[in-house]
Design a protein around this ligand. Structure first.
Ligand code: NAG
Ligand code: NAG
Ligand code: NAG
Ligand code: NAG
Ligand code: NAG
Ligand code: NAG
Length: 234
């Protein structure tokens, strides 16, 4: 009998949301049940195990990490690590045993009151309605649809970096969904410049999303992966 539960969401959507994360909460690498879902469960924020005793705090789509706290390999931790959302608004990847700091969002003292993973895969720290920090503005090796890769953003994979470096005024790279074209936008360009097309370019489908990933061999590749349908939607 799920109806009362659904009514709560319908009448008080701003007050009760399963996707909100509040300062003081912690995710532990040792507990894989520990996760935060986007509202329709397309993305989750959780630890993911990639090798024996090697974990990453990640945003995951369909089992694929699309953002890693501290990047790869910088953010690789063992099972005694935790992702802590501190009361001061800082998000930290630490070893619980020693307190050793692996990575942080550097948002202490910026009046962050909530964190939320949205259905586009963006984890946003906010002060009220003001965005203070987002994973879309701090990418690791992947660009998702709707994510704007712009000046000062860097993709990292192992020790390879990909950054926008041009003489355009305000360049930004955007993966256009649903057609699968990776385009460069700039006010100086009369129309967006096509940088890459995915192999299934033009196949318009609601059942999968595409993303661009910088590989450790230095190539940028676009991927297409079937959408998982959330359970528990009202
Ligand atoms: C994980 O690494 C930390 C820091 O190197 C170490 O103190 C801790 O003992 C390790 N824990 C496990 C379970 O390997
Ligand atoms: C946080 O929000 C309040 C209310 O809108 C505002 O006065 C304050 O300047 C904000 N702080 C930061 C660091 O953005
Ligand atoms: C990307 O972000 C930049 C800087 O905020 C903005 O100027 C630009 O219009 C955005 N591009 C797209 C395609 O949304
Ligand atoms: C930008 O313009 C300067 C001066 O015209 C030139 O030396 C430089 O190579 C250009 N950089 C890029 C990335 O095109
Ligand atoms: C989840 O939300 C995204 C963004 O609004 C939407 O594109 C997608 O179709 C939704 N997925 C499901 C399973 O409802
Ligand atoms: C997800 O749900 C939509 C609409 O109900 C359906 O068309 C689609 O095939 C489902 N996709 C998967 C991967 O189950």
């Amino acid at each position: 009998m799920k109806i009362p539960f659904c009514l709560i969401f319908i009448f008080f959507p701003a007050i009760i949301s399963a996707a909100d994360v509040f300062p003081g909460s912690t995710l532990h690498a040792s507990n894989s049940e520990n996760s935060r879902d986007s509202p329709n469960k397309t993305f989750i924020l959780s630890f993911i195990q990639e090798a024996e005793n090697t974990y990453f705090a990640a945003i995951i789509y369909n089992g694929i990490p699309v953002w890693k706290a501290g990047g790869d390999p910088g953010g690789a931790v063992n099972s005694s690590a935790a992702l802590r959302f501190l009361p001061d608004g800082n998000l930290q990847l630490v070893y619980t045993s020693t307190g050793f700091l692996v990575w942080q969002s550097n948002t202490a003292g910026r009046e962050v009151s909530t964190g939320k993973l949205d259905d586009s895969g963006n984890f946003i720290l906010r002060n009220g309605s003001i965005q203070i920090w987002t994973t879309f503005d701090n990418p690791s090796d992947t660009i998702l649809p709707g994510q704007n890769f712009t000046v000062n953003h860097v993709l990292r994979s192992d020790y390879i970096r990909f950054a926008s470096n041009t003489n355009l005024t305000s360049p930004s790279l955007v993966l256009q969904q649903p057609v699968g074209i990776f385009s460069l936008f700039d006010p100086m360009l009369s129309s967006p410049l096509t940088m890459a097309r995915s192999s299934d370019y033009g196949e318009v489908t609601d059942d999968s999303i595409r993303f661009v990933k910088l590989e450790s061999d230095g190539n940028l590749r676009t991927y297409s992966s079937a959408r998982i349908n959330g359970s528990g939607n009202c």
